[in-house]
Write a protein that binds this ligand. Structure first.
Ligand code: ARG
Length: 294
């Protein structure tokens, strides 16, 4: 794969809110709304366009009838250094997505886009980058556990990728995937919602992010899923942010692009959830010349 930031996405052709597996989802409300599908298609397309404008390349998973949450490709797998650890889902409602994602990665592998595709050990549950995000600044994975992923999956991630994994217990049902509440930014800051984590989890975050690198958000930005952001260089793409957060990010040199993703918030997801970064490399996997400079 070339150097351009590359993401996996899935068109929302079959997106719907048709079951309840998190507190954001209300199938009755969705069923009453005849414009839901059209709005979702428009919002998704705008996100896709913003990513292309920011210099991204996008691979697509074919949409599948009966898998309304397949659009949330962040949940497909953990990907680093051209290696893919396929997700296993907690809820039966999403398990049907597993073969679709696996087929997409096998196809990518056949085209030379990635090297290794592996499954989690039996019985372990881990919902991909929804709960396991690589922090290139600190050379570690932040991993959320509890609602959707098992603490024991930590060893599988550490073993496969050879990186440290910092496990954070999630404490608020609304922020059931870690990516809804924590985002390592390209410049080295960590954007997060403190109340989404247990006391121990919060201590882990603060132990690894220096005070000047902590961007703590409040409940209001938290509920806009502002922490569910996609970072490309100094560009941050998110569904919404309050004035204070915007100002703070701008002060730190970020260009904040907001693109409304209300339809997907109705399912508990936003910008980061709708994408999966495929080209991330750890420091140890980068060419020696670059490592020597760093
Ligand atoms: N309705 C989906 C679920 O509950 C939303 C997933 C959002 N994805 C994410 N990476 N947080 O699983």
């Amino acid at each position: 794969m070339e150097n351009r930031p590359t993401f996996l996405m899935c068109r929302p052709e079959h997106f719907a809110v048709s079951y309840v597996i998190n507190p954001w989802m209300d199938p009755q409300n969705w069923a009453r709304d005849r414009r839901g599908q059209v709005a979702a298609a428009r919002e998704w397309q705008a996100l896709y366009d913003r990513l292309l404008e920011a210099g991204a390349r996008i691979e697509l998973v074919p949409p599948a009838a009966g898998s309304p949450d397949l659009v949330f490709t962040a949940n497909a797998a953990v990907v680093l250094d051209r290696k893919v650890l396929l997700a296993r889902f907690r809820h039966a409602e999403r398990r049907g997505e597993e073969p679709h994602f696996e087929a997409a990665f096998r196809a990518l592998q056949a085209r030379g886009g990635i090297d290794v595709v592996r499954k989690l050990p039996a019985d372990l549950v881990l919902e991909g980058a929804g709960d396991c995000v690589f922090d290139a600044t600190r050379s570690l994975f932040w991993m959320g556990y509890g609602p959707r992923s098992d603490l024991l999956a930590r060893d599988a991630v550490a073993g496969m990728f050879g990186q440290d994994v910092v496990a954070l217990e999630l404490a608020d049902a609304r922020f059931y995937h870690m990516d809804t509440a924590l985002c390592p930014l390209p410049g080295g800051e960590v954007l997060y919602l403190p109340t989404a984590f247990t006391r121990e989890g919060l201590a882990e975050i603060r132990a690894r992010a220096q005070p000047q690198d902590r961007i703590e958000i409040g409940e209001q930005d938290g509920c806009r899923l502002a922490a569910n952001a996609v970072g490309i260089g100094k560009t941050l793409i998110m569904s919404g942010a309050g004035a204070r957060l915007r100002a703070e990010l701008a002060e730190r040199g970020y260009r904040v692009i907001t693109t409304p993703l209300r339809s997907f918030l109705r399912s508990g997801g936003s910008a980061f959830c709708l994408t999966l970064r495929l080209d991330r490399r750890s420091a140890s996997a980068r060419p020696a010349s670059r490592a020597a400079v760093a």
